[in-house]
Design a protein around this ligand. Structure first.
Ligand code: DP6
Length: 358
């Protein structure tokens, strides 16, 4: 037996953040979260092939073979085993993944990557999973990935069950709901991430005294945010997003040893956005586990935001994203990253050329 599937999924940027797990192994969160799935500028393409020819699983990321014997990667690749169990097969797989992000400045690529892997692996194994099942599968690779199996505005319901079967993503509104919304990404100069999200959130749950207070307030924030987005109430949305981002970064700083993902450039951007908003809401920032800013704004105000970012020397690159439609399968075999003999094809991505496969 030999089967193959290729899927492209895109990153998502949360406006109510996931930071903290109640179950490490099953990747179950301490709170529900909300995000917008981004357009194809932030995509990952993943091909999965199951073949009797393979004696073991292999995972390739951006042209290099990953070590699946131990460590975080091995843990996250449990997805392949889960797919085999669901499909009742024992066949080994080759998974090849390429991040097509316009910069190397350290985006959270895991959401797009593990969503694409869940979609491609399940399809290649002959499964026809619905969005809920795909989301639960993607979650096991990376929590935030469960939100990227859907387009538009998405809620990851934290769930209460110990087995995690009620912890999955649901679409609240499609990508056509708020077409004027943009995410202006300001890429700033940054060193390597000091601590991964996985390790960082574990440390926060274990040591932050403020974390309890954050959890208490979040259900209300989730409801308020949903209401603001459904009503397309930009001023309310922007304020909620900024306050929620600061709340998460406050518990990060309250963690011991402290975690500081924001740098001086990030803080300059925060001040600039507040200046922009002095005459009325124009923009709202949010920051993940890194110093790059995600500035939500409306199409009509993108040039104002760009101009303001142009005044900050630390901003290296600006990317303007729309809300995306979610994962898509690529049927043309020329698009697969593995050839029909099971070999990894030579492949690369560059901003000018896009994906090149030979
Ligand atoms: C700050 O999904 O990368 O981006 O589940 O351990 O893989 P793991 O963590 P991950 O954490 C993302 C954290 C965040 C907030 C968010 O996207 O909600």
């Amino acid at each position: 037996m030999q089967t193959v599937s290729t899927c492209e999924a895109t990153a998502n940027i949360a406006v109510v953040k996931y930071w903290g797990k109640r179950d490490e192994k099953l990747v179950l969160p301490t709170n529900s979260s909300l995000s917008f799935t981004m357009d194809e500028q932030l995509k990952t393409r993943t091909t999965v092939m199951f073949s009797e020819k393979f004696s073991h699983d292999e995972f390739w990321l951006n042209g290099a073979k990953a070590d699946l014997k131990s460590g975080e990667f091995a843990e996250r690749m449990v997805q392949l085993q889960l797919v085999r169990e669901m499909a009742g097969i024992k066949t080994k797989a080759k998974a090849v993944s390429l991040n097509c992000f316009p910069t190397s400045a350290g985006f959270a690529s895991s959401a797009a990557g593990f969503a694409a892997l869940a979609c491609a692996a399940s399809k290649a194994a002959g499964l026809n999973l619905d969005a809920r099942e795909l989301s639960i599968l993607a979650r096991r690779g990376s929590g935030s990935a469960c939100r990227s199996v859907l387009g538009g505005f998405v809620e990851w319901k934290k769930g209460d069950r110990a087995d995690g079967n009620d912890s999955y993503a649901q679409q609240i509104a499609s990508h056509t709901h708020w077409t004027e919304l943009r995410n202006v990404i300001a890429v700033v100069e940054a060193g390597r991430k000091k601590i991964s999200s996985r390790a960082g959130m574990k440390q926060t749950v274990a040591t932050s005294g403020l974390f309890e207070a954050r959890l208490k307030g979040l259900p209300q924030t989730v409801e308020a945010m949903k209401k603001a987005v459904l009503a397309k109430d930009f001023p309310r949305f922007a304020e909620l997003a900024m306050r929620e981002s600061s709340n998460m970064h406050a518990v990060m700083l309250d963690t011991w040893p402290p975690i500081a993902y924001l740098n001086d450039h990030s803080k300059e951007i925060m001040n600039s956005v507040m200046e922009l908003n002095s005459g009325g809401a124009v923009a709202g920032y949010t920051f993940d586990a890194g110093p790059n800013a995600h500035i939500y704004t409306l199409e009509k105000d993108v040039s104002k935001v760009r101009r303001k970012l142009g005044e900050i020397p630390g901003v290296k690159e600006v990317i303007v994203c729309k809300v995306g439609a979610g994962p898509k399968f690529l049927m043309d075999e020329k698009e697969h990253l593995v050839d029909s003999d099971g070999n990894v094809r030579e492949h690369s991505f560059s901003k000018g050329k896009g994906i090149v496969i030979s």
